[in-house]
Design a protein around this ligand. Structure first.
Ligand SMILES: [Zn+2]
Length: 143
């Protein structure tokens, strides 16, 4: 399989074939790392627009060394995203696309709130590994 390695406009390595294994190992979920010691990890994170439950705090993972990442898309919009293992309240549409990916080896799809259709982030897939990068300011934490 031919590999295409590019460095995008923002210096971010991009677009290796998405059927390869993702270049980054996915970190363990918070609930796996600190099992039994955490309280409130089932706290839901909701769509800031409609209140639909998107994911839970316990689904937070570390990808490429960090949970939160700040990226610019090709149009120059800057997003601060957090990485989550599962996001049951999302609906992925389009793609998957390898171009302009923010995580080498992972293809992306747009992730919408399953209730209101608002854009809440992206679903990433590299081989069998899947995670969600969710736009943090579009989520609200349940109190
Ligand atoms: Zn919504």
């Amino acid at each position: 399989m031919q590999r295409v390695r590019q460095v995008g406009r923002y210096g971010i390595p991009a677009a290796r074939h998405c059927l390869e294994r993702g270049a980054f190992e996915l970190g363990v979920r918070e609930c796996d790392r600190d099992a039994g010691t955490r309280r409130g990890s089932r706290r839901r994170l909701r769509c800031a627009r409609c209140g639909h439950a998107i994911t839970e705090a316990e689904q937070r993972i570390v990808v490429a060394g960090s949970h939160a990442h700040r990226f610019a898309n090709p149009s120059g919009w800057v997003y601060e995203i957090g990485c989550f293992r599962d996001a049951a309240g999302c609906r992925a549409v389009g793609g998957p696309v390898a171009e302009h990916t923010w995580f080498a080896g992972y293809c992306w799809q747009i992730a919408l709130c399953a209730q209101c259709g608002g854009h809440v982030g992206w679903r990433y897939q590299g081989g069998a590994a899947v995670f969600h990068g969710l736009i943090l300011e579009r989520l609200t934490a349940e109190r």
